[in-house]
Design a binder for this molecule. Structure first.
Ligand SMILES: Nc1nc2c(c(=O)[nH]1)N[C@H]1C(S)=C(S)[C@@H](COP(=O)(O)O)O[C@H]1N2
Ligand SMILES: [Mo]
Length: 198
């Protein structure tokens, strides 16, 4: 495979990289609601639907065949830990614009994950150049507990927006708070503004 350019998330070039109220860790804690799903990669599909000209449903081989990119980013979990220097590999979110024609009424992306989990993002946040649908982390396939086969990574927002085990991206005209956003977390979640709770 030809080597791909690394997109550096802008927060990684700040002089101070740990946002207020956070402390740095070298571990990678596992956090989520419910159980780790057992996903059969042969049955996995990524559905792109909602306000699009034509829906898409990609199998894992179809997803893997799309041109991938690498993103270098920091992770900030609202519970207080920050993990710097993560290298993700996968499909840049912006590539979805070429896969489906998004209708002009669309203003939000609702990302769906296994077991009815969702998280909501404005199209502006979803299409930042460092947002990635990742299959690999630091050179290895993402493990089951961290979101195998594909997880979202939204580097500029608290990590609860980075849905694990994703199954779909829906485009809507109206915002729809996701799982954590309807359980007390902020609708946006900028760690530099400490947008922790709603
Ligand atoms: N599907 C799913 N994705 C999820 C969650 C979840 O409950 N379900 N929790 C979020 C939260 S609150 C955090 S902090 C991160 C943790 O990711 P990690 O376990 O890889 O560190 O996953 C996010 N993605
Ligand atoms: Mo979290």
């Amino acid at each position: 495979m030809p080597s791909v350019a690394v997109i550096k998330s802008p927060d990684t070039i700040r002089t101070v990289r740990v946002p207020p109220g956070q402390r740095q860790t070298n571990n990678w804690p596992v956090l989520h609601y419910g159980n780790v799903p057992r996903i059969n990669p042969d049955e996995w599909r990524l559905r792109i639907f909602g306000l699009v000209e034509k829906e898409q449903s990609l199998s894992l081989p179809e997803f893997e065949a799309l041109p991938h990119a690498k993103v270098f980013s920091d992770v900030h979990c609202v519970t207080g830990w920050s993990r710097l220097d993560n290298l993700w590999e996968g499909l840049p979110a912006s590539a979805i614009k070429d896969l489906v024609e998004i209708l002009p009424e669309a203003r939000f992306a609702i990302v769906h994950a296994w077991g009815d989990f969702t998280t909501n993002l404005s199209l502006d946040d979803f299409f930042q150049e460092d947002v990635i649908l990742a299959t690999r982390h630091d050179g290895r396939e993402i493990s089951l507990e961290h979101g195998y086969p594909v997880r979202l990574v939204v580097p500029r927002l608290y990590f609860w927006k980075s849905a694990k085990w994703i199954t779909g991206v829906e485009f809507t005209s109206v915002d729809r708070p996701g799982f954590w956003e309807s359980h007390g977390y902020h609708n946006h979640g900028d760690p530099w503004k400490e947008e922790r709770y709603g």
